[in-house]
Design a protein around this ligand. Structure first.
Ligand SMILES: C[S@@+](CC[C@H](N)C(=O)[O-])C[C@H]1O[C@@H](n2cnc3c(N)ncnc32)[C@H](O)[C@@H]1O
Length: 257
C-alpha cells in the first residue's frame, strides 16, 4: 500500500484496520511502555496511524515524536490529540534515506513493516534502527505467518464441519489464485482484506533483528478473537486464537553484537 491508499482508511479507521491497541486484551504493550517509560526522555511512534498509542506514550515519556506517511492519518491524529503538549506529529515516509527523526529511548513500530517489497522493508528497517539510541528499545508488532496459515486450516475445518468435500474445503480455505503458493512460501505475503501483506515467521524475525543489530529481549503472541479473522465465526471455534508477534528488542552497537 502507498500513503494514498491509507487515505480512506484514516476516515473509517475502526471499521477498516485491526487495532492492536483495542485488541491487546491483556494490555501487554501497555505494560512494556509503562516499564520502559520510567525515567526515559524520548519515545517515537513510527507509522502511528491515527495515534491510538500516543496518549500512553505521552504519559510515560518526556517527549514523543510520531510519524506516518499518510497526511490523513497525521491530520486525524492531530485532531484527536491536540491536548498532548509533549507530542510532535509529522508526515514522513520511513523509506526515505534520511528522515528527520531524533534517536529515541524507545520506538514503537506496530504493524507498519507490511510492504510486499523487500527493498521497501529494508529501507524501513534501516530507519527504524537509526531512530533509536544505542541501548534503547524497539517494541515491534508484526503479522504472524504461522498464525495466518493456522487460520486457513481453521477455515478448512469449518468447511469440513459444514459438509464440504475435502477438495472443496481445501480450495475454499486457501487462496486459489496463488496456485503454486509462491507468494506465501517465498515471501510470506498473504492477502489481508484484499491487500498483499507481509507476514513473518518467528525465526525470520530473529534473523532480521540480528542483522539490524538488535538483541531480542522477549517474544510474545498478542492473541485476538476469531472475529478479527472471519465475520461471524462459529461458536465452536475457540483457542488456540490467532495472533500477531510482539517482540521487544534492544539496540546494540553493530560492532559488538
Ligand atoms: C496498520 S496501520 C498501524 C497504525 C498504528 N501503528 C497502530 O497500531 O494503530 C499502519 C500504518 O503504517 C503507516 N505506514 C506504512 N508504511 C509507511 C511508511 N513507509 N512510512 C510511514 N508510515 C507508513 C500507514 O500509513 C499506517 O498508518
Amino acid at each position: 500500500m502507498e500513503a494514498e491508499d491509507w487515505k480512506g482508511l484514516a476516515t473509517n479507521y475502526e471499521g477498516n484496520i485491526l487495532s492492536v491497541y483495542d485488541n491487546d486484551q491483556n494490555g501487554e504493550i501497555e505494560s512494556i511502555i509503562k516499564e520502559l517509560g520510567i525515567k526515559k526522555e524520548r519515545a517515537v511512534d513510527l507509522g502511528c496511524g491515527t495515534g491510538k498509542f500516543l496518549p500512553l506514550l505521552s504519559n510515560h515519556f518526556k517527549s514523543v515524536q510520531a510519524f506516518d506517511y499518510s497526511t490523513e492519518m497525521i491530520n486525524a491524529a492531530k485532531r484527536s490529540h491536540k491536548h498532548l503538549k509533549n507530542l510532535s506529529l509529522s508526515v514522513c515516509d520511513l523509506r526515505t534515506s534520511s528522515p528527520k527523526i531524533k534517536p529515541s529511548d524507545m520506538a514503537l513500530c506496530i504493524n507498519v513493516v507490511l510492504s510486499p517489497s523487500i527493498s521497501d522493508r529494508e529501507k524501513i528497517w534501516r530507519n527504524v534502527r537509526k531512530s533509536i539510541r544505542t541501548g534503547g528499545f524497539l517494541v515491534l508488532v508484526t503479522p504472524s505467518l504461522e498464525s495466518a496459515l493456522y487460520s486457513k486450516h481453521r477455515l478448512v475445518e469449518w468447511n469440513i464441519r459444514n459438509g464440504d468435500t475435502s477438495v472443496q474445503a481445501l480450495t475454499e480455505g486457501f487462496d486459489t489464485k496463488d496456485k503454486d503458493g509462491k507468494m506465501i512460501s517465498r515471501g510470506g505475503i498473504i492477502n489481508y482484506g484484499g491487500v498483499p501483506t507481509k507476514h513473518y515467521l518467528e525465526e525470520e524475525l530473529i534473523c532480521l533483528a540480528h542483522r539490524f543489530g538488535f538483541k531480542i529481549t522477549s517474544t510474545e503472541k498478542i492473541t485476538y478473537p476469531w472475529s478479527t479473522e472471519f465475520s461471524s465465526p462459529p461458536k465452536w471455534m475457540k483457542s488456540p486464537l490467532p495472533w500477531d508477534w510482539l517482540i521487544l528488542l534492544e539496540k546494540k552497537n553493530l560492532r559488538t553484537r
